[in-house]
Each structure stands twice: as structure tokens, then as C-alpha cells.
Design a protein around this ligand. Structure first.
Ligand SMILES: *Cc1c(COP(=O)(O)O)cnc(C)c1O
Length: 502
């Protein structure tokens, strides 16, 4: 029924997630028992990702820690599996009182916890009480922490100072002052950090400076490399002031490649521009442009899209950041860190849960799209909050798992362009705003598997609107004895090679 060339954005799947997707009877058994939507996690993969980041450290002879940014997923299984990793090398970054309580209950001791983000007094108290490292946003937060520590008789608290707005001054960037990183609501601008160093000196009885931190919300290597080398220099300035910081914390943002094929991504984004210009039929619901618009025959605006195909992501991105000569000093950041005896802290969220999960949704019904009869409207037993890849600008195709794979496959059954819509009585409840091409026409009862949803897409926006059920989450383990599952809350990192609790 398709009169156009399908534009696929096929997901990147790696072991063991790829073999899980080739086991539809297992996935059907799960979703038939536990409902739709359903989040399926592979906790072993988060430990594999830690190993990949750690091997980058080893390659560069660096010491330091990997902190999982908890905010990317609420799961217990993932946090418990991480708690079971090398005690000295793996920590968790928590951004709320609830996340801190959860991390502690999953087996993390306070000395492996980094507390970041906006902090109320309760969060500050528990973090200080259990010996977590507190990442300070601003001098005012340091004042609140020290008065709390003093008043409650808590021992010396380890702190990091989060910096932002890195700029190059005359010393290493020629003339004038140039902003090298975008403004952020978080962190102390480098130009205003003096007050922080003075306050740390004044309060040294109550706080111990462990290092300095940044988290830049960008994929630009250059921007991150500049911030990193600037931090190495600021660490030295701190030492001159009599402070003794040890670690540079470069935050997260290492990224994930969602779409396997660079050519498909290239073709799709080109087609989006063409569609915005009216040079081809719309690719999106009601001509949505993902941030692009047609101004007198020219495409304007910036696409609000995650770069879904990445040639460099995760541990490889970290490797590239450490290896390529940094812009100002001309030396690789890894060499700078080594020479200055600085530890490296990282806080990956998305990249640490790469390939760690899928979200399953059942097809409820299929009908012609209103006003666009060549395409179908496929309604799923989930809503946009349950699977928020679209909300985060990540475009990637789901995998269709037909319930009866043998029934009249082929013929005029595919491929087909569809709009995926949710189960809320709301025009805006679109699972995708774009046409998704599926290899065949789905039927009611079929499953769609959304791949790589563990980072921010699984439970970040989940809600109970209209009393629709929120997804349950299960943890899948594999061993010689086969594939096993349990509810997320029942997972403990105790399974042996056979997948059986030992
Ligand atoms: C969100 C966040 C991270 C994780 O970012 P990713 O892009 O998921 O790697 C790390 N550190 C801080 C401070 C954050 O706010």
C-alpha cells in the first residue's frame, strides 16, 4: 500500500539486547502477564558499560571514579547491579533526597555517593550525615551546608565546586574575554568563583574541597576539552591557596547512538528539510517541523533533535576527549590530568544505560490516518509519558514483533507508514510526531519494542493521567540455564551463571 520509499531509522542493537529481541515468545509471555506498557531491563549491561568506561581510564593510566547519574532511570535493579561493582571505582550521582535514600537502600555506602542538583535541607543533612560528597552549586549553598554541619555536629563534609561559564582570559586565549561555554542555571560562573575559594578557606574546619566539577549540556568536544583544561589550571590555583583538591569531575553527556546506520539518519534529516520546504510529502503529523520552518523557500531554525546516529558516543567519546590535544594548551587532557596528579570523575547517565533496556507496547487498533489515507494510525496501549524518546528529541524506529509471524507475511502487507498514537483521550498524545515506517502492517495484539529506552525514556515522564497503568519494570538475566526475569524491585545482584539465585 506504500507509494513512497520507506525512510527507516533502524535502532542500533548489541548483545545481549539483540538476542532478547529475537526471542518474541519470551517477550510475549512477559507482556501478556504484566501488561502494556512494560519496561524490560538487562542489569548486566550496565556493569558491562562501567567496564568499558573503566578501560578508557586504564588506557590513559588515569585513576578516579565513574558515578552513575541516577536521574536517567528510577530502577532498583540497575542501581543494585552498580552497587555490586568495584567499590572504589563506581559511585552514584543523586539529585534528590529520594534518589539518595534509594541509592543507600540499594547497597551504596555514603562514601560512594555524590549529591548534586538543587538541595533542600533534608537532602543536605542526609548527604552530609552519611559521608557523601556534596557538589556545591553556589557560595550560598556552601553557607547553608556549613551552618547545618556546625549546628548539627556533623563531621567534615567532602565537597566539589561546580563551575560554569568557562571563559578564556588573556593568559591563554589572546585578546579579550570570550565565553567558551553556554550559560547554565547551575554552577558558579568561573569569573565569580573567587568568593567560593575564600569561603572554602574560611570554612575549612567543616568542609574539605575534593575537587571541581562541571556538566556541560552539549555534544561539542571542543567546548568540553576547554572546560577540562581550564579546570586542571584552576585546581593548581586552588593548591596555591592552600586547598588540596584531588579530582576534576567532567560530568556526563557522553551520548548514545540510537540509530545504527549513518546513511539512514542522513537521508531522514535531509527528507525533513525537503518536507519543510514542501519539496516532498510531509514526514510528520500536520507538518510538524521539529524546530525547522520554511521562510520564503529557505529552511530556518535549529532542529530540536538528538543526534540519533553518533559516530562517537559513550566510552569512545570519553577516549576522544582525553586524547585529542586540548585547544589552549595543545596537550591531550589525559596527559594534563596525569601530570597534575588529578583524578578524573565522570557522571554518565544516558551512556551508562546504553543498551540496558527496551519498552514494550501492545497494538490496540489500526485504522487509516484521517486526511492521509495512505498512512495508518496505530494506537498503542501506552502514552507519550510512558516512552519519552520523542519528548527528548530522539528519533528511532520501534521493532515490530508480530504475534503470528507466519500469517500471510508479505503480499500487500508492507512496508507501511504509520503514526503511533497513545491511549490518552488527548490530541497531543502522540508517541511519534513523524511517520514511522514498519516492514509490514501491524495488527491488534502485536507488540512494538522501543529499543534503548533505559536513559530518560522509560520512567522520566511516566504519570497516572486518566488512571492508565504506568509501566511495570522487569529485570532480565541470562545464563547457561537460559533467560530469567523478575520484577525490578525483586532483583538483587546475586544470580549465578545459570541465572538462578545463588
Ligand atoms: C543529568 C546530569 C548528568 C548525566 O547526563 P547524561 O547526559 O545523561 O550523561 C551528569 N551530571 C549532572 C550534574 C547532571 O545534571
Amino acid at each position: 500500500m506504500l507509494r513512497e520509499q520507506p525512510l527507516y531509522l533502524k535502532p542500533r542493537t548489541e548483545p545481549p539486547l539483540d538476542s532478547l529481541l529475537r526471542d518474541p515468545s519470551f517477550l510475549y509471555a512477559l507482556s501478556d502477564a504484566l501488561g502494556s506498557p512494560l519496561n524490560v531491563l538487562v542489569p548486566e549491561s550496565v556493569a558491562d558499560n562501567v567496564d568499558r568506561f573503566r578501560s578508557v581510564y586504564r588506557r590513559h593510566h588515569l585513576s578516579g571514579r565513574v558515578f552513575f547519574a541516577h536521574k536517567s532511570n528510577r530502577s532498583s535493579a540497575l542501581v543494585r547491579r552498580l552497587a555490586a561493582c568495584d567499590h572504589a571505582a563506581v559511585g552514584v550521582d543523586v539529585a534528590s533526597l529520594g534518589e539518595l535514600q534509594h541509592a543507600l537502600s540499594c547497597g551504596f555506602t555514603g562514601d560512594r555517593v555524590m549529591a548534586t542538583g538543587p538541595k533542600d535541607l533534608e537532602f543536605l543533612w542526609l548527604a552530609a550525615r552519611v559521608g557523601a560528597t556534596v557538589a556545591l552549586d553556589a557560595p550560598a549553598e556552601l553557607e547553608r551546608l556549613t551552618s547545618l554541619v556546625r549546628a548539627r555536629g556533623i563531621g567534615r563534609v567532602k565537597v566539589l565546586v561546580r563551575l560554569s561559564e568557562f571563559e578564556a582570559d588573556g593568559a591563554y586565549a589572546g585578546q579579550g574575554t570570550r565565553m567558551l561555554s553556554r550559560r547554565s542555571r547551575f554552577g558558579t560562573p568561573v569569573a565569580e568563583a573567587d568568593a567560593m575559594w575564600k569561603a572554602l578557606d574560611r570554612h575549612r574546619e567543616h568542609v574539605e574541597l575534593m575537587g571541581i566539577a562541571y556538566h556541560l549540556d552539549t555534544t561539542a568536544l571542543d567546548e568540553k576539552a576547554r572546560a577540562l583544561e581550564r579546570c586542571v589550571l584552576i585546581m593548581d590555583e586552588c593548591r596555591v591557596r592552600g586547598l588540596s583538591p584531588r579530582a576534576v569531575d567532567i560530568g556526563g553527556g557522553f551520548g548514545v547512538g540510537y540509530v545504527a546506520d549513518a546513511g539512514e539518519w542522513e537521508q531522514w534529516t535531509t527528507a525533513l528539510s525537503d518536507a519543510v520546504l514542501g519539496a516532498r510529502p510531509p514526514l510528520t503529523w500536520r507538518g510538524h517541523g521539529y524546530g525547522l520552518r520554511n521562510e520564503g523557500g529557505t529552511v530556518r531554525g535549529a532542529p530540536a533533535l538528538y543526534p540519533a546516529h553518533r559516530s562517537l558516543a559513550g566510552p569512545e567519546y570519553l577516549d576522544a576527549l582525553l586524547t585529542r590535544p586540548a585547544p589552549s594548551l595543545g596537550r591531550p587532557p589525559a596527559t594534563l590530568l596525569l601530570e597534575h596528579l588529578d583524578d578524573l570523575y565522570i557522571e554518565p547517565g544516558r551512556a551508562l544505560v546504553d543498551q540496558c533496556g527496551v519498552t514494550l507496547a501492545r497494538v490496540v487498533d489500526v485504522r487509516p490516518a484521517p486526511g492521509d489515507p495512505a498512512r495508518l494510525l496505530v494506537r498503542l496501549a501506552m502514552n507519550a509519558g510512558d516512552m519519552s524518546l520523542e519528548e527528548h528529541g530522539v528519533l528511532v524506529d520501534p521493532v515490530l514483533l508480530p504475534r503470528d509471524a507466519d500469517i500471510d507475511g508479505g503480499g500487500d502487507q508492507g512496508p507501511v507508514g504509520v503514526y503511533l498514537v497513545g491511549n490518552l483521550c488527548l490530541e497531543a498524545d502522540l508517541i511519534t510526531r513523524r511517520v514511522v515506517y514498519l516492514p509490514r502492517v501491524p495488527r491488534a495484539g502485536d507488540l512494538l519494542a522501543f529499543v534503548n529506552t533505559a536513559g530518560y525514556a522509560m520512567d522520566f515522564h511516566a504519570h497516572h493521567a486518566q488512571r492508565q497503568p504506568a509501566a511495570r519494570t522487569v529485570a532480565v538475566t541470562e545464563g547457561a540455564g537460559g533467560r530469567h526475569w523478575c520484577l525490578d524491585e525483586d532483583y538483587w545482584p546475586l544470580t549465578d551463571q545459570q541465572g538462578v539465585p545463588s
